[in-house]
Write a protein that binds this ligand. Structure first.
Ligand code: AMO
Length: 421
């Protein structure tokens, strides 16, 4: 037996076999329960207590690890002292033993209880690793982590998807993206990133849209061209996935997650090439049209067959992209998307950094440059060539774990029909 140690957690299963009690407790951030063993003949007082312990109770246990673990789950503690800290006052609304599955909605409604289930807990442990590794990677590359306002005067991604707020009698909006701010910062620091929430009033009800999400925004100054951005994004996603697989790949696989074990180099295809692939496979898309989810799914499967779940689509038509993107000839742009498993994970591009061209882009897109004065001003004082991308972190968690619905990757998702809890 080892030195005594303490375990705290919740009872996820109780088994009494003759004169031995096996109490499974989900502790710390572990993805398998620890089995607490109490033998009647060793401690009858303790036996009295644990033989009546209720499923779902919060416990503090003092005990020793045996030299030989019998439990199939791998961790065991022979209890010497057990304290019941809290007991459920009601029937648990979801089965914490995991034997009877709950509905999709109940896993969200009772997220705090669902977090005791290894498969759901694993998603949020993985999410935390993904967020940490994004930060680790970018900080190691000398990007400054910044925080920009979430109550704003102007949107960057189109007016129809803004939530408005009353800002002391003035109309303001919740930020759709840090786009304008991260670009303005390029006039003062060479590289920035932000991990923060975004708000979009889109009336979508799909498996990959949220009305409040968490995004990673990156902006990099003094770039040579758009390839600098593609390489950075590729290295970032590869790093994050690699670290995720190293830290918990085996556990994720044994819990049934369809992870991406190895990320090969991301192919880079132009919009024109992607259009050709689609149209020679039964699609009938005109040049300039956006790729709908069906087309995205097809491309996802097309690249998956070549062993590459992640790929870039570059040189999008300028008409389909926002004003801040740099033109590439009369019709194309330096905008790109990163798709993984047929889902758009990030989009970005080289920006227009020349004041007069940017001004013209605003006008061409039917926007009033006066509304963007605070932003445009930053382009007057030595704005270097720059570019960046916005990456949906909820979507990244979803695709790296092979989840079917973005709501599974978010603790308390906000969608059109969900404002509570
Ligand atoms: P975009 O609008 O493409 O680009 O957003 C960037 C990424 O954010 C994620 N995303 C969403 N995820 C869940 N629900 C939504 N409703 C949602 N909307 C967007 C996607 C998407 O690829 N300013 C630009 C980025 C840039 O150019 O730097 C922008 O916001 O993964």
């Amino acid at each position: 037996m080892s030195e005594p140690r303490q375990v705290t957690g919740w009872v996820s299963n109780v088994k009494i076999l003759g004169k031995i009690a096996f109490i499974e407790v989900i502790d710390d951030l572990s993805l398998t329960p620890i089995t607490i063993v109490v033998k009647k003949e060793t401690n009858s007082e303790l036996w009295e207590l644990v033989s009546k312990v209720k499923l779902g109770s919060a416990l503090k246990i003092e005990g020793k690890e045996p030299q030989q673990v019998v439990s199939k789950k791998g961790r065991e503690l022979h209890a010497e002292e057990v304290q019941i800290l809290a007991e459920p006052q009601d029937l648990l609304p979801i089965d914490v033993t995991g034997k009877t599955p709950a509905s999709f909605d109940d896993y969200i409604n009772y997220r705090y209880l669902a977090l005791r289930l290894p498969k759901i807990r694993a998603v949020f442990v993985a999410r935390s690793i993904i967020f940490q590794e994004v930060r680790n990677f970018l900080t190691s590359r000398d990007f400054l982590e910044v925080n920009t306002p979430k109550i704003v005067k102007a949107g960057a991604e189109g007016g129809a998807t803004l939530f408005s707020v009353d800002y002391f009698g003035e109309k303001a909006f919740l930020a759709q993206s840090p786009q304008l701010y991260k670009q303005m910062l390029m006039c003062g620091v060479p590289r920035v990133f932000e991990v923060g929430p975004f708000f979009r009033a889109e009336k979508f009800s799909t498996t990959r849209h949220l009305n409040e999400g968490w995004g990673l925004d990156v902006e990099m100054g003094f770039i040579n061209n758009v390839n600098d951005l593609l390489s950075l994004l590729e290295e970032l996603v590869t790093h994050v996935n690699k670290r995720l697989v190293e830290s918990m790949g085996d556990q994720l696989k044994s819990l049934g997650f369809n992870i991406i074990e190895d990320m090969k180099q991301f192919p880079r295809v132009t919009y024109d090439e992607a259009l050709k692939i689609l149209n020679s496979n039964g699609f009938d898309l005109k040049w300039g049209e956006d790729f709908d989810p069906k087309a995205e799914k097809f491309l996802g499967e097309y690249f998956q067959q070549q062993g590459t779940p992640a790929y870039f689509i570059t040189e999008y038509p300028w008409d389909s992209k926002p004003f801040y993107i740099m033109r590439n000839g009369p019709q194309k742009s330096y905008a790109f998307d990163l798709d993984i498993r047929g889902i758009e994970i990030a989009s970005g591009g080289q920006r227009e950094h020349r004041y007069s061209e940017l001004y013209r882009n605003l006008v061409d897109k039917g926007l009033d440059p006066n509304d963007f004065k605070f932003y445009l001003d930053a382009f007057k004082y030595g704005m270097p060539p720059h570019g960046g991308f916005g990456l949906g972190l909820d979507r990244l968690v979803m695709v790296l774990l092979g989840l079917q619905n973005i709501r599974e990757a978010v603790l308390f998702p906000r969608d059109r029909f969900r404002l509570v809890p």
